[in-house]
Design a protein around this ligand. Structure first.
Ligand SMILES: Nc1ncnc2c1ncn2[C@@H]1O[C@H](COP(=O)(O)OP(=O)(O)OP(=O)(O)O)[C@@H](O)[C@H]1O
Ligand SMILES: [Mg+2]
Length: 309
């Protein structure tokens, strides 16, 4: 049995003049998952998410949210989604509670039902005791938490967060993380963009890596590590410069990569020939250690680029 995905993007594309911002993105988010969309600046994360949320119109492709086609059934589709945008979207002069009332009313909530929703999301965002202060009095982290509350006030099925921890103090960041986990445990589905791999590693069940407008890999961290050779060994050699140069040449010829002082080999390497070749040059193996997969390594393997420049 496969249930309707909460979000299904098919062949989504967008260009700005000559620049292709998003180039054929397919992405499916299943109910109850936290999916991370990871990529460097300019990868196309915000453009993808903006199309998924109906903020900008794609040039090609389709968006289905909880089974509703965003193009033909926009109200039902948008009703199911809550967006915490990369740039804050709130009214500085209104209090937290007034902001929430405004956005709740946009979705047709009124009276006691709206009041109950407002109290619930203020509690989730940790802003209950600041509810009657204007947003302009809030720190960056508190504004971000108010944006989270705004995204949740109409009780969406899918919460989309676009780099919600940029410029946020550690305490607010922790609060946002704990809130996302608690919401997921209560049944919400989450799509989270970031260019911080540690965040994605900590929070997400599954990751899609974007670069140059495309999804270049997706899966669980474990699947990505296996598929892209991010697990493996690192080796350090000792010996005279001329000998080391020979050994490094031999290592590169056998699939190794040089990273600083060390040589990296992925987990699928045939070890006996590698160590045989290294020792044949006269170099000494001074250190061998295991290398755990991390997204930075995977990202480098996939794109040839560092995640942050
Ligand atoms: N309104 C726009 N007009 C012209 N080009 C744009 C516009 N919005 C985005 N782009 C371009 O499209 C590409 C993708 O941008 P996008 O904002 O989606 O990337 P991103 O992955 O969210 O990056 P960041 O990590 O910096 O937020 C970039 O090259 C960007 O310059
Ligand atoms: Mg962005």
């Amino acid at each position: 049995m496969s249930a309707t995905p909460v979000l299904a993007l098919r062949d989504l594309g967008k260009r700005y003049g000559e620049r292709v911002a998003v180039d054929g993105v397919d992405l499916v988010v299943e109910r109850g998952e936290i999916v991370g969309l990871l990529g460097p600046n300019g990868a196309g994360k915000t453009t993808t998410i903006s199309m998924a949320c109906g903020v900008i119109t794609p040039d090609r492709g389709t968006v289905h949210i909880a089974g509703h086609d965003l193009a033909t059934d926009p109200y039902a589709a948008k009703r199911a989604i809550g967006l915490v945008p990369q740039d804050l979207a709130l009214y500085e002069e209104l209090t937290a509670r007034q902001n929430l009332r405004f956005f709740g009313e946009l979705f047709g909530f009124t009276g006691a039902r709206l009041a109950a929703r407002i109290d619930a999301v203020l509690a989730i965002a940790g802003l209950a005791d600041r509810a009657n202060e204007p947003a302009r009095a809030f720190s960056g982290g508190m504004k971000r938490r108010l944006n989270l509350a705004i995204a949740l006030v109409h009780e969406p099925t899918l919460l989309v967060l676009d780099e919600p921890t940029v410029g946020v103090d550690p305490q607010s960041r922790r609060h946002i993380f704990d809130a996302i986990r608690a919401l997921r445990d209560a049944g919400l589905t989450v799509l989270y963009t970031s260019h911080y791999m540690e965040e994605v590693e900590e929070l997400c069940d599954r990751v899609a890596i974007m670069d140059g407008g495309k999804v270049v890999a997706s899966g669980t961290l474990r699947e990505l590590a296996t598929a892209h050779g991010a697990d493996g060994l690192e080796v350090e050699l000792a010996g005279e410069a001329a000998v080391l140069a020979l050994a490094i040449e031999a290592a590169l010829a056998l699939g190794g990569t040089q990273v600083g002082e060390r040589l990296h080999f992925d987990a699928r390497t045939a070890w006996a020939p590698v160590f045989g070749a290294l020792e044949a040059t006269g170099a000494t193996v001074a250190y061998v250690g295991s290398r755990r997969a991390d997204l930075e390594t995977m990202f480098l393997a996939l794109t040839g680029k560092a995640l942050r420049d």
